[in-house]
Design a protein around this ligand. Structure first.
Ligand code: WT7
Length: 643
């Protein structure tokens, strides 16, 4: 064992000392072969057959990678994702094993065995088929984390329909935009959901969204709240349909590996969210492989990923990855601190969770609340911990390692994006030492580089732009650009700043450009600005993210009212409401700063870099390029008084 870990299992390494994975973990890890990166590199792209081998194919693929036709993975192969996540585990004699365990906000629990999952997915698929859903159609869901959500995703996959899961925290407008954009004519939603024990209406938002789209939408509704509300003629109850079609089976429709499995929206560089399309074969192979190699899951393991299913993390590592491997996935509705701040740790204990995967912002919240909450629970079932979504600062990493891992579980800091479908940068937990603060080297088969402003690689340790230099199977359709015919000419600019150490470990430094990650959720500052300037009385807005001491991000909105707008205090609430209406309450700015003007260059470009420094409380010295340098001092004193 490394000197960084003392005999009590508490870490005491000085900054920068790598920590070896605990020997007890290595002894039973899925991947312990230290030469795997080299082996993959020698056989690229054929090496990715290793990922495809985690799946059952209806017909084999012709080639691992076909670069002729825009980088098709496993072309010629056919498969069905629902078969891979459900049927084959039933056929392998695991029908009475738990596939899915759910803990509701009010303390309810539900368990679905693989057989239960098989029955309900089939019944819902039969119902959807009877309602006209066919292969290639887009089915939208709008619900919180309920078992019915993965069931719906898998029922769609069974029919070859493409799902579009919309996070329940999105507004009616955000749902309408997604419905209209995909032309989806089928929506599964629920009446409402509980948050901190209080019921919230969801159906009304779904109704409003449907009023706002050109197509007519067939609506199915899950009764979550169990009150006496009736839903009206526009809705059919999910439970009624599943009863009616109970016992029916639907043959899984074989899909081309390159056929879309789902579409998911994320913030891009413009004021509008962008659609990201993931394939059936490449995506599923990548998430199954990384669930095995990075999350170290095996059949029979219990996995808890705290992400909402509505985000890509939930798609890949709550639903598809664990279920493709035949593991048990734990879903929880609600928040980590309700009814108490030990809620998640109670879930870990009650379900004897083996692998726990969360976002650094969640760990930071736990750290703030104190170690007494995890200490109330027996966490000894945990074998591996993971983080995703934001950089983990060293203090947070240490706290996670000392108080949750008890020095006995490795931590994987996994870097990836909605666009990449699955994890691309991480240590292999049974192989690589951990370096708190750095995610790790690219996974086997993955190639990345850090480029400077001239487009050439920067020196070790220097900051630049993280670029992927080879395509991977899990990547979204059409990702990256090619300057030639060969895979070697392919590039994808990730939008992240990074530095790579002499050890090959990639340290993520935050987003470049105008996308932000707030509490593990990507937000586009342009989308938020577009919502703010839609408020009557507002002339201009610039939104920036400001990093706190532990690398958590706060959203600052600098807003210029129109001259005749009157008093600004009512505007503050309207700004937040407008963002909640356009996107969702979770995107509302933390701080709204009213200012008579924004710092601009002579050509009228807003200098967001200055706004970031001002919010940070740092001095802005380079005001030379500004047309209105006097605004800087004024803004500094305004920010001082509001934050
Ligand atoms: C962005 C992608 C991937 C699922 C969750 C977010 C940031 C992701 C890490 C990490 C530092 C990370 C990046 C990335 N990010 N993982 N381990 N360390 N930053 O998905 O909303 O598509 O956001 O999240 O900035 O580009 P997403």
């Amino acid at each position: 064992m490394n000197e960084g870990t003392s005999s009590t299992g508490r870490s005491s390494a000085a900054d920068g000392t790598p920590i070896d994975p605990p020997a007890s973990f290595v002894a039973r890890a899925n991947v312990t072969d230290g030469s795997l990166r080299d082996a993959f590199a020698e056989r690229w792209p054929e090496c990715w057959d290793r990922a495809a081998d985690f799946l059952d194919w209806t017909s084999p693929y012709d080639r691992v990678l076909d670069a002729a036709n825009g980088y098709d993975w496993f072309a010629g192969g056919t498969l069905n994702a629902s078969y891979n996540c459900v049927d084959r585990h039933v056929e392998a004699g695991r029908k009475s094993h738990a596939a899915l365990k759910w803990e509701g906000c009010l303390g309810e629990t539900r368990t679905y065995t693989y057989h239960d999952l098989y029955r309900e997915v089939n019944a819902l698929a039969a119902a959807l088929r009877a309602r006209g859903v066919e292969a290639g159609d887009v089915v939208t869901t709008y619900m919180p984390v309920l078992p019915e959500l993965p069931v719906t995703m898998l029922a769609c996959a069974r029919l070859g329909a493409v799902h579009s899961v919309v996070f329940a925290g999105y507004s009616a407008d955000a749902l309408a935009m997604r419905l209209a954009d995909t032309g989806s004519t089928c929506l599964l939603t629920c009446d409402g959901y509980y948050r901190r024990g209080t019921a919230h209406d969801l159906k009304r938002k779904a109704d409003n969204a449907c009023l706002d789209v050109p197509q007519s939408v067939d609506r199915l509704i899950v009764d979550r709240l169990d009150d006496d509300r009736t839903y009206g003629d526009n809705y059919v109850e999910y439970a009624t349909l599943v009863d009616e079609y109970g016992g029916e089976t639907v043959d899984p429709v074989p899909r081309e590996a390159t056929d879309p499995l789902f579409v998911i929206y994320t913030s891009g560089t413009t004021g509008r969210p962008k659609a990201v399309r993931h394939t059936t074969g490449g995506y599923l192979a990548q998430v199954a492989w990384t669930s095995h190699a990075v999350l170290d899951l095996e059949p029979g393991d219990t996995h808890l990923c705290s992400a909402d299913v509505g985000w890509i993390t939930g798609h890949s590592y709550v639903v598809y990855g664990p279920l493709a491997l035949g593991a048990t996935t734990v879903l929880y509705e609600g928040t980590p601190d309700y009814p108490e701040r030990d809620h998640l740790w109670g879930i870990v204990e009650r379900n004897a969770v083996d692998v726990f995967y969360t976002a650094p912002s969640v760990i930071r919240a736990f750290m703030k609340w104190g170690a007494e909450y995890p200490e109330r629970h027996d966490l000894s079932s945990l074998r591996l911990l993971g983080t995703v979504g934001e950089p983990v600062d060293e203090t947070t990493w240490r706290w996670y390692y000392d108080h949750i891992a008890n020095g006995e579980c490795p931590i994987v800091d996994t870097w990836w994006q909605t666009e990449t479908g699955g994890i691309l940068v991480s240590t292999l937990p049974g192989v690589d030492p951990m370096r708190p603060g750095a995610a790790g080297p690219p996974l086997p088969g993955v190639s990345a580089d850090v480029l400077g402003p001239r487009g050439t690689s920067v020196d070790a340790g220097e900051a630049g732009s993280l670029v992927l230099t080879r395509p991977c199977p899990g990547m979204a359709v059409g990702l990256g650009e090619s300057t030639g015919e060969a895979p070697a000419d392919w590039r994808y600019v990730t939008g992240d700043a990074a530095a790579v150490g002499a050890d090959g470990y990639i340290r993520l430094l935050g987003r470049e450009g105008n996308a932000l990650n707030v509490a593990g959720r990507r937000l586009g500052t342009r989308e938020i600005e577009a919502a703010i300037v839609g408020v009557e009385g507002i002339a201009e807005a610039a939104v920036v993210g400001v990093e706190g001491p532990q690398r958590d991000t706060a959203l600052y909105a600098y807003v210029t009212p129109q001259r005749d707008a009157g008093p600004v205090s009512p505007l503050r609430e309207r700004v937040r409401e407008a963002v909640a209406a356009a996107i969702g309450g979770f995107a509302a700015p933390d701080v709204v700063v009213f200012t008579p003007d924004l710092p601009k260059t002579r050509s009228g470009k807003v200098l967001r870099r200055h706004l970031r420094r001002i919010a940070d409380g740092e001095a802005v010295s380079d005001t030379g390029s500004l047309r209105n340098p006097e605004i800087v001092g004024e803004l500094e004193s305004i920010v001082d008084s509001v934050s």
